[in-house]
Design a binder for this molecule. Structure first.
Ligand code: THU
Length: 139
C-alpha cells in the first residue's frame, strides 16, 4: 500500500471514533476499512445496555461495507482511546477471515497517527476456520 493511502486510512480510523456509542465501557474505538476498489467505510463500536449485543468498530465497518455490496477488502485501520495499539478481538478476526485473504489483507493498529503496527490477517488469526474447512467435513 502507498504511504499516502495508509495515512488516509489511519486518519479515517481516528475520525471514526467520533460517533462511538460507548456509555458503558467509556472506551471509544474507530475503524476504517479500505475496499480493493479504493472506497473507505468507517465504523465505531456500538454498545448496548444488555452488553452482549455490543458491536465492535471493526465489525461495524465490515458489515456496513458488505451490506452495500462490497466483499473485496485490502486493509483495515483500528484506533482505540487508549494510547496503545488496539488488537482486534477474536470475533472480529473471524469476521475478517470470512471475506479477506489471510496473506493479502493488512491490519493497521494505530497508537498515534504516526505510530502504527501492521500485521497480515494470518499473523493475527493463524489456522482460522473458513468455508474451505466446512466443505471438508460435509456429509
Ligand atoms: N471493542 C472494539 O470496538 N474493537 C475491538 O477490537 C475490541 C473492543 C469495543 C467493544 C466495547 O464497546 C469496548 O471496545 C470495550 O470492550
Amino acid at each position: 500500500m502507498r504511504e499516502d493511502q495508509i495515512r488516509m486510512l489511519v486518519a479515517e480510523a481516528v475520525a471514526a471514533k467520533e460517533f462511538s456509542y460507548s456509555p458503558y465501557s467509556r472506551f471509544r474505538v474507530g475503524a476504517a476499512l479500505l475496499t480493493k476498489s479504493g472506497k473507505i467505510y468507517r465504523g465505531c463500536n456500538i454498545e448496548n445496555a444488555a452488553y452482549g449485543p455490543t458491536n465492535c468498530a471493526e465489525r461495524t465497518a465490515i458489515f456496513k461495507a458488505v451490506s452495500e455490496g462490497e466483499r473485496e477488502f485490502a486493509a483495515i485501520a483500528i484506533s482505540g482511546d487508549a494510547e496503545d495499539y488496539l488488537y482486534p478481538c477474536g470475533v472480529c478476526r473471524q469476521v475478517m477471515a470470512e471475506f479477506c485473504d489471510p496473506d493479502g489483507f493488512l491490519i493497521f493498529l494505530v497508537k498515534k497517527e504516526d505510530d502504527c503496527r501492521v500485521f497480515s490477517l494470518r499473523d493475527l488469526l493463524p489456522g482460522g476456520f473458513t468455508a474451505a474447512d466446512l466443505e471438508k467435513g460435509k456429509r
